[in-house]
Design a protein around this ligand. Structure first.
Ligand code: NAI
Length: 744
């Protein structure tokens, strides 16, 4: 039974979650039903004086409770059902909060969403001091809000600003922060965690709060109880500065907090995400009202958000991501065998790959041909670890330990012992071929060799190897530590085992793998290419670059196409443009403006000057002189945002259709995941092809057809698109997820 309750002779009950079927505890419908029965037992035994204090805990290593069942939320289609689901959870957690005995949530490992709300319903929260223990409310990232009492209980506990920060960012807090803001009352050493928790609970059973700080609450009970009964709360816990007392504790201070948060939400979401605004509204309107009313506001907000298209699309992307991390290629356990990694080439990519591997506890040997380059790669990795320490996501000692897992040199010492070798040397075929041959000569037969190339053929490289079945592409994106996608490129001779090992390694590195065939641009650059080139055609036609960038952001992209070109590097763009034109001919022939730009000496952000001007890497202003560098005399056309959107998005959809036709990836889900994770394609739209399906393939094909008349053959619908338009089909229907491996 999960969860279950045991009560010892001292009257200390332990309500223990453990799901033997999963790695994380999840509050599924079934678990909630068992929990309801267990809570009834707790109520009954407490009434009879048998239960005198209760610990809520998990016996699942590394996981307290990871939240509610996302699939169940995704399945909700009706507003009333969503409201009911919220009310039911609130009621159950309300009963825990109202238990006549003191309760402690004993948090070890991941504690998220519904798990955090359960912990909030307890009187006290203690956590262990493990770095992996995190507490958070990520609902906002899925387009909903904490709907089991979270928005109602959290502000009273940690203060308004800290509560909004947690709920609006969706970021989870490490225990040190949780302690600082008062989200947990005590952090206990992990070696003595159980024993210390039991000690605290025994104290509570005997009527003493002991270290938990009885002085701060009245005899009526802990944080949960005054809330339920409407009695005055003991006030926010945690350390309070003068500023936070003003901001959280006075009407003008709170008004300031709400105003600042609203502004920040508007800036971050561009108005595309309703959840954060609803969170703000629920908390603001709920202030000072009785608990029952606040809970009802919360439930109604869940009702609206859970059925919104944004929520459904965010859940869709979440599910795609989870599916990609679980298989069919990324079989759990595969990468467990990867103890040692070697990275050849210590540039920004090699250094970045080494750092993410060491971050995940993998030993790394980095090899370059120059000492300075090795030193540079190590320094780069170190700077990333330093950043993690500054952001407080890692302790200094841990950062040092992990950094020490990376060693470097200019010979092949240590490379021979690697389970996987990733080649990240300069992008030149002859150099790569030579390096790969050298690598193959030193590694063991079981090792997998991968190339991080972004544009060269995996099959051509494989041709120089004796064991091509152990070789594939492993295309990381720049910057490696931030970009979540890895394309695992399967050459004609790559074996299943190599694909599995690299996919599983990507998951272990915290990335999402998408398996692609060896075709120019693989998936992401292939589909993005036509969009950026089309932005070039818009310039040729005299459209205003700033208006185009604005319109693309308004559509929900992280940045406009020209700003993105600056980010990628104008030189890299020029090179990629000619590669794509060579591979795909006329429809990818570079726009004249971009050809001129490539020869202008502008490099983009890294050189301080592209479409925009940059100072110390930060964008300063649009540089109007870029037009003359592109040999464009004046900016004439005024464009409507929808026209711009169609010019940029339709060519991408069309290219994605070709990618599916040619079998570069197996499913529409792969395209969507790749574009969301690799380019930041508006997640609230569910991905590129989900957007096309929602808009209707026939409508999309019609818009293409209309543009073909004015813009030419680039807008010729791909045969798959034409076919789907004719038959009323959809991309996701025709190429469903999960057909990857069997389709091979
Ligand atoms: P980079 O050119 O900055 O660094 C390459 C490093 O390889 C240099 O330190 C160089 O000394 C070293 N090297 C050259 N010949 C070598 C040899 N024979 N043995 C060992 N080391 C050697 O390149 P970057 O940007 O780090 O990229 C590396 C690879 O990753 C390239 O294939 C590139 O196409 C690919 N890539 C690059 C991305 C980017 O945005 N920079 C994104 C995705 C992939």
């Amino acid at each position: 039974m999960n969860p279950r309750l045991r009560i010892d002779e001292d009257g200390v009950g332990r309500l223990t979650f453990r799901d033997p079927e999963r790695r994380q505890n999840i509050l599924t419908q079934e678990v909630m039903e068992v929990l309801a029965a267990v809570v009834e037992e707790a109520e009954d035994t407490a009434r009879r004086g048998v239960l005198r204090a209760l610990i809520v805990e998990s016996a699942q290593p590394g996981s307290f409770i990871a939240g509610a069942d996302v699939n169940a939320i995704a399945a909700i289609e009706d507003r009333r059902a969503a409201i009911e689901a919220s009310r039911a959870g609130q009621a159950l957690f309300g009963r825990i909060a109202a238990l006549p005995v003191r309760t402690i949530a004993a948090v070890r490992g991941i504690c998220l969403g519904g798990g955090t709300e359960l912990a909030l319903a307890c009187d006290y929260r203690v956590a262990d001091d493990d770095d992996r223990t995190r507490i958070g409310l990520p609902e906002v990232l899925l387009g909903i809000l904490p709907g089991w009492g979270g928005t109602t209980r959290l502000p009273g506990l940690v203060g308004l600003s800290a509560a909004l920060d947690l709920m609006l960012s969706g970021r989870s807090a490490r225990v040190s922060k949780a302690l600082r803001i008062g989200l947990v009352d005590q952090v206990l050493p992990r070696q003595q965690f159980e024993e210390r928790c039991l000690g605290l609970a025994r104290g509570l059973a005997g009527g003493e709060a002991g270290e938990l700080g009885a002085d701060r609450r009245g005899p009526a009970g802990g944080a949960g109880k005054p809330l339920e009964s409407g009695r005055p709360r003991p006030g926010p816990r945690g350390r309070r500065t003068l500023a936070s007392r003003f901001l959280d504790g006075t009407p003008p201070g709170r008004a300031l907090v709400f105003r600042a948060a609203t502004r920040q939400v508007a800036r971050r979401t561009g108005g595309h995400y309703p959840a954060p605004l609803r969170i703000l509204e629920v908390v603001r309107r709920g202030r000072g009202r009785p608990v029952a009313e606040r809970l009802e506001l919360e439930a109604r907000a869940v009702g609206e958000l859970a059925v919104s298209p944004e929520c459904k699309n965010l859940l869709f992307v979440f599910q795609l991501r989870e599916a990609a991390r679980k298989g069919p290629w990324a079989g759990v356990g595969r990468a467990a065998g990867v103890e040692r990694l070697a990275v050849i080439g210590a540039g920004p990519m090699g250094g970045g790959i080494a750092q993410v591997a060491a971050y995940r506890d993998i030993r790394v040997r980095m090899k370059d041909i120059r000492h300075e380059a090795v030193a540079g790669g190590l320094a780069f990795a170190r700077s990333l670890f330093d950043g993690a320490v500054r952001r407080r996501s890692l302790r200094r000692r841990e950062a040092e330990r992990r950094m020490a897992l990376i060693t470097g040199g200019i010979d092949y010492a240590g490379v021979g012992r690697a389970d996987v070798v990733v080649e990240a040397v300069v992008e030149r075929m002859a150099v790569k071929e030579a390096v790969l041959r050298e690598v193959e000569a030193v590694v063991g037969e079981g090792a997998v060799i991968a190339s991080n190339t972004s544009s060269l053929s995996i099959d051509r490289m494989a041709a120089v190897l004796d064991r091509p079945e152990r070789f594939a592409g492993m295309h990381f994106f720049n910057p490696v530590h931030r970009m979540p996608l890895v394309e695992v490129v399967r050459g004609a001779k790559t074996g299943d085992d190599a694909v599995e090992t690299l996919s599983a390694l990507a998951v272990r590195l915290g990335k999402v793998p998408v398996v692609t065939a060896d075709a120019p641009g693989f998936l992401v650059n292939r589909v993005l290419g036509p969009c950026l080139n089309e932005a070039g055609h818009l310039l040729d036609e005299g459209w205003d670059a700033r208006a185009v960038d604005r319109a693309w952001k308004r559509f929900g992209m992280p940045m406009g196409p020209y700003r993105l070109m600056d980010e990628i590097g104008i030189d890299v763009m020029g090179h990629a443009g000619s590669t794509m034109a060579e591979a795909f001919g006329e429809r990818m022939a570079p726009a004249a403006a971009l050809v001129a730009l490539a020869g202008s000496g502008r490099l983009g952000r890294k050189g301080g000057r592209g479409f925009y001007l940059y100072e110390k890497g930060r964008e300063k202003a649009f540089d109007t002189s870029v037009y003359s560098d592109m040999k464009l005399s004046s900016v004439r056309a005024k464009a409507k945002p929808d026209q711009i959107r169609d010019r940029l998005v339709l060519v991408m959809i069309n290219e994605a259709a070709r990618v599916l036709e040619e079998g570069v990836v197996a499913s529409a889900a792969d395209v969507d995941l790749g574009m969301v994770m690799g380019t930041g394609f508006a997640p609230f739209r569910g991905g590129l092809l989900k957007y096309a399906d929602d808009r209707g393939v026939a409508e999309v094909a019609g818009a293409m057809e209309a543009l073909r008349r004015t813009c030419g053959s680039r807008y010729e619908p791909a045969s798959l698109m034409a076919e789907l338009a004719r038959t009323g089909g959809s991309f996701h229907g025709a190429f469903p997820a999960g057909c990857g491996r069997d389709a091979e």
